[in-house]
Design a protein around this ligand. Structure first.
Ligand SMILES: [Ca+2]
Ligand SMILES: [Ca+2]
Length: 215
């Protein structure tokens, strides 16, 4: 039996070794509310709603969800049919749902496609990762961006590595349009690197190995 157990452990350890060789850059995608701005539905080109984007808190009153036309962008949206739009100092923000909180030494990266339709405005915006859900809470990580050309989508991102004191706090994200500007947002993605579950699995593997050695 012992020989069979050794064989089993060899198999398990090989599995762990292979798993441990997976690059630490492996990232987990964290679910967000309405990350593609598909709710509420705007079924036809040019449809839009103001003051509503399900799952997002709205900072200001000149923002909502729209269905772009081909004169705005090509492709019209980066994902699905709709995009979020925010004018003149307004911002979308949300606390990451599902009780997901910061974990120390995990790097969180927020990315979003941003574009400006043919409106002639030239200011940019900001993508932010926040502690909890309040835009002005510290620490706040901000990546400013500008939009060079009308009717083009740009991938903007910001990263933040959680430090001591962040553990257990809610993760806030925000997409902010600067004054004098209209921006469109789509396909918001938040990742955690390395994947927290990977760390947990490796920890379990290490614990099992420790128990085996103590026998
Ligand atoms: Ca979309
Ligand atoms: Ca469309």
């Amino acid at each position: 039996m012992r020989g069979r157990n050794n064989g089993l452990w060899l198999t398990v350890l090989c599995g762990i070794s292979v798993f441990a060789c997976i690059p630490s850059a492996r990232a987990a995608v964290i679910a967000l509310n309405n990350a593609s701005f598909e709710s509420p539905v705007c079924p036809n080109d040019g449809d839009y709603v103001t003051g509503q984007a399900d799952g997002w808190n709205l900072g200001g009153s000149a923002l909502g969800v729209a269905n772009p036309t081909s004169s705005w962008f090509g492709p019209e949206a980066q994902d699905g049919n709709n995009v979020g739009y925010a004018n003149d100092g307004c911002d979308f923000y949300q606390v990451v749902p599902g009780g997901v909180t910061f974990q120390d030494n995990i790097t969180y990266t927020l990315s979003v496609y941003v574009g400006r339709p043919e409106l002639g405005n030239t200011n940019g915006g900001e993508v932010r990762i926040q502690i909890r859900d309040i835009v002005l809470d510290d620490p706040v990580v901000i990546q400013s961006f500008s939009i060079a050309n009308n009717s083009e989508w740009y991938l903007c991102s910001v990263s933040y590595t959680a430090a001591s004191g962040n553990e257990g706090h809610g993760i806030g994200i925000a997409l902010a349009t600067l004054s004098g500007t209209q921006l469109e947002y789509d396909n918001v993605i938040l990742t955690a690197t390395p994947e927290p579950a990977t760390i947990s699995l490796l920890a379990v593997g290490g614990l099992a190995l420790l128990k085996r050695r103590r026998r």
